[in-house]
Design a protein around this ligand. Structure first.
Ligand code: GLC
Ligand code: MG
Length: 728
């Protein structure tokens, strides 16, 4: 594969609804801040000169209830950035907690995509636990580094839900939270670098994990779009910069606000958040209500989401909004407090900040805990001084920008006084305003975010083992190898690969000489341990692929990494308990005999059976009576294997062809006996060695089926020249 210069980055953000044009942020719980984050990140990374290509890889969804946009396989975002959609777990939209069992399918299909696009990413970047899982799998397959951005973490969420009174069982039933937490533990341990938005996140979220110490952390806050959140007009030289849309937005906002205020010329204090108890809106109204001085200086405006009929809203929201109205009444804030109801103001938000800045007001975030504080940064970009909770991320913002005051959200006096201090001191106001505008551009632009991310990626790449020593050839990862080779040779072991030492040595030599083009593997009834015994006994080096236990297990490379996608695939409708139960009954009746424990595998139940069609049909009858699906293989006149119906050596070969993008005609399959039959048939190049057993007679004359006159490995060598297999 050619490797054009420049980094190729794959970002994984698996769940939710992602599209480049008008993303449906807030449509559901899975389509929120993270979607915006990854879209902006993908575009901004692609702007960097060091970057050749950015893929934002997400789930493909084809669902009548949703836009067709989510079913497009490729959606360009810019010259060098695109969304790549990979189907997994069917096509319907499902919530993120239900995606776990389908992530291996996602990994496999992305592998295929990588193969077909002809280039292996230099780095994988997982977002959220599900994206982290995918990134980790791919990184281990390709021997590439991976980085991780958690966005939010399971342990923290679980603690919160427990505090709210939910039981562990309930939380797991709904959110599969313990599984997610275990995935996060493994990701933290394995990833080269974790990126967080705040220092607070490192301590409060990652700090809860067993593997916390094993992680490496960097605080790189996300950027805001400074083309949208630009400064207020009074501070700009040219007041005509406001476009038509901004002017309209301003009109709309003014109309709305002036319905509430008797003195609209005053500066105003602005708060903008979801109606959530933790956002502490009541704390701010109380601070304002108790401070007559503050009421004389400024109005207050609270934008707390869209409300229709409060009494029909969900409990938490209903409580927040009701309390808001009661406080307004208690402190008699009529004429001073604006709590706009009707509109969805999301499009007007940038203009709202500018309007507030033009009034020389302040932006307040009084949350009991604010993980990051994106609104604070957006408000600052527009030139608003900020007053923010000291709990959570905002201390980073004020630390970086020096553009406001931190307050204790539970202390209403402190909130009121902090507002007054800025509102009455124009010099201080200007100082904070300018610091905010400039500080955001320095610390919270996507440009600076990406510059730091690329720096980290370079560092991580330099530290990867294969780059360490120049003298030692790099150990090519199995993923890179299998996406680069053009052909595969798969051979049975007993009586095919082994049996004649001289020709075996010659064959291994041919494979070594052609290793850049031809990958090779074994496919056998033996379990992994017995495969390794055989390889050691005959002095065969580890193959690229081991298909063991009659195709129910697949392993890769020198570390024998198991193929999880295959396990996942086989698990479907596999009921080994029922099969064992039935066979035990047959054993008591003296019909079958159990094989060794070593040969009983997660996806293989093995017995001995006499070569008698009547006995065999008894086995079928017993299994069919239980109405289960299975694949029965009887071989060498004695071995009885019951496998998942999706399993066999032949199906494993087809799965490999699909997964690694190697067409079947480019795969040569070699065998000698009955249990090789199925994998020999079909579009692959079939090779039967001269010493074959009678069960294979029926394959004679089939297309792409070569019966060699030579025995054992010499037969394979003969087949290689018959198919001109080394001439790629
Ligand atoms: C190997 C395995 C055995 C299996 C047989 C046929 O001998 O050890 O468990 O039944 O192959 O597939
Ligand atoms: Mg054999």
């Amino acid at each position: 594969m050619s490797q054009p210069s420049g980094l190729y980055i794959q970002l994984f953000s698996v769940h939710g609804l992602i599209r480049g044009v008008s993303p449906e942020l807030g449509r559901d719980a899975d389509t929120g801040g993270q979607v915006q984050y990854v879209l902006e990140l993908a575009r901004a990374l692609a702007e960097r000169p060091e970057v050749a290509q950015v893929d934002l890889v997400t789930r493909l969804i084809s669902d009548k209830a949703l836009s067709k946009d989510y079913a497009r396989v490729i959606e360009p975002l810019s010259d060098k950035a695109r969304i790549v959609r990979i189907q997994c777990g069917g096509r319907r939209y499902i919530r993120k907690e239900l995606l776990w069992p389908h992530l291996d399918e996602f990994v496999d299909k992305n592998l295929k995509f990588i193969k077909s696009s002809g280039r292996v990413p230099d780095i994988f970047h997982g977002h959220y636990a599900d994206g982290g899982y995918v990134a980790r799998e791919l990184a281990s397959i390709f021997g590439s580094p991976f980085i991780f951005t958690g966005h939010s973490m399971g342990r923290h969420k679980k603690d919160k839900l427990l505090q709210e009174g939910a039981t562990s069982e309930e939380i797991n039933r709904r959110y599969h939270i313990d599984y997610r937490i275990e995935v996060e533990e493994r990701v933290i341990r394995a990833t080269e670098q974790i990126i967080t938005s705040t220092t607070h996140e490192i301590e409060q979220q990652y700090g809860l994990y067993r593997n916390f110490e094993a992680g490496r952390y960097a605080v790189i806050p996300p950027g805001v779009d400074v083309d949208v959140f630009y400064p207020y007009y009074n501070c700009q030289l040219d007041p005509d910069v406001a476009d038509e849309a901004s002017k309209q937005a301003r009109m709309l906002l003014l109309n709305e606000l002036h319905r509430f205020w008797v003195s609209p010329q005053k500066p105003f204090i602005l708060a903008l958040c979801r109606p959530d108890q933790r956002k502490n809106i009541s704390g701010l109204i109380t601070a304002y209500g108790e401070n007559k001085n503050l009421q004389a200086i400024a109005n207050l405006a609270i934008f707390a989401g869209i409300r229709k009929n409060i009494s029909e809203m969900e409990e938490n929201e209903r409580n927040v909004l009701t309390e808001m109205l009661l406080l307004m009444d208690r402190y008699d804030l009529y004429g001073k407090l604006a709590i706009p109801k009707k509109h969805d103001f999301s499009l007007e938000v940038p203009e709202l900040y500018r309007l507030c800045a033009d009034s020389h007001g302040v932006f307040v975030n009084p949350a009991l805990l604010e993980p990051f504080g994106l609104t604070l940064i957006e408000a600052a970009a527009a030139g608003l001084p900020i007053i923010a909770t000291k709990e959570g991320g905002p201390s980073d913002i004020i630390g970086n920008c020096e553009n406001g005051t931190l307050i204790d959200p539970t202390n209403s006096d402190e909130i009121g006084e902090a507002c007054i201090k800025i509102l009455v001191d124009r010099e201080l106001w200007e100082f904070y305003s300018h610091n905010g505008i400039n500080g955001v551009r320095e610390h919270y632009s996507w440009e600076s975010h990406c510059a730091r991310t690329i720096e980290l990626i370079r560092k991580v790449q330099d530290e990867m083992p294969q780059a360490k020593s120049v003298s030692e050839p790099p150990r090519v990862s199995i993923g890179r190898r299998l996406t680069t080779v053009k052909r595969l040779l798969i051979t049975d072991i007993d009586n095919t690969l082994v049996g004649d030492d001289d020709s075996l040595a010659q064959l291994l030599d041919i494979l070594a000489r052609n290793k850049d083009n031809i990958g090779w593997g074994v496919a056998t009834g033996r379990c992994l341990e017995r495969v390794l015994d055989a390889l050691a006994e005959y002095g065969v080096p580890a193959p690229d692929i081991i298909i063991s236990s009659v195709g129910t297990e697949i392993y890769y490379g020198a570390d024998f990494t198991p193929d999880k996608g295959w396990q996942q695939h086989l698990a479907y409708q596999w009921k080994p308990e029922i099969i064992r139960e039935e066979l035990q009954k047959l054993e008591k009746m003296g019909i079958v005999n159990a094989q060794d424990d070593e040969d009983q595998r997660p996806f293989k139940v093995s017995y001995y059976l006499e070569d008698d069609p009547e006995l065999l049909s008894k086995v079928h009858q017993a299994l069919q009576a239980r109405k289960i699906r299975y694949n029965l293989e009887f071989s060498n006149s004695q071995f009885l294997d019951i496998l998942p119906y999706r399993a066999s050596k032949g199906k494993a070969v087809r799965y490999l062809s699909y997964k690694w993008g190697i067409p079947l005609p480019e795969i040569m399959v070699c065998g000698d006996s009955g249990n090789d039959k199925e994998m020999l048939k079909g579009d692959t190049c079939g090779l039967v060695v001269g010493n074959y057993s009678k069960e294979l007679e029926s394959l004679k004359g089939l297309r792409r089926m070569y019966f060699s006159g030579e025995e054992y490995a010499a037969g394979i060598i003969d087949g290689i020249s018959h198919y001109r297999f080394t001439e790629v």
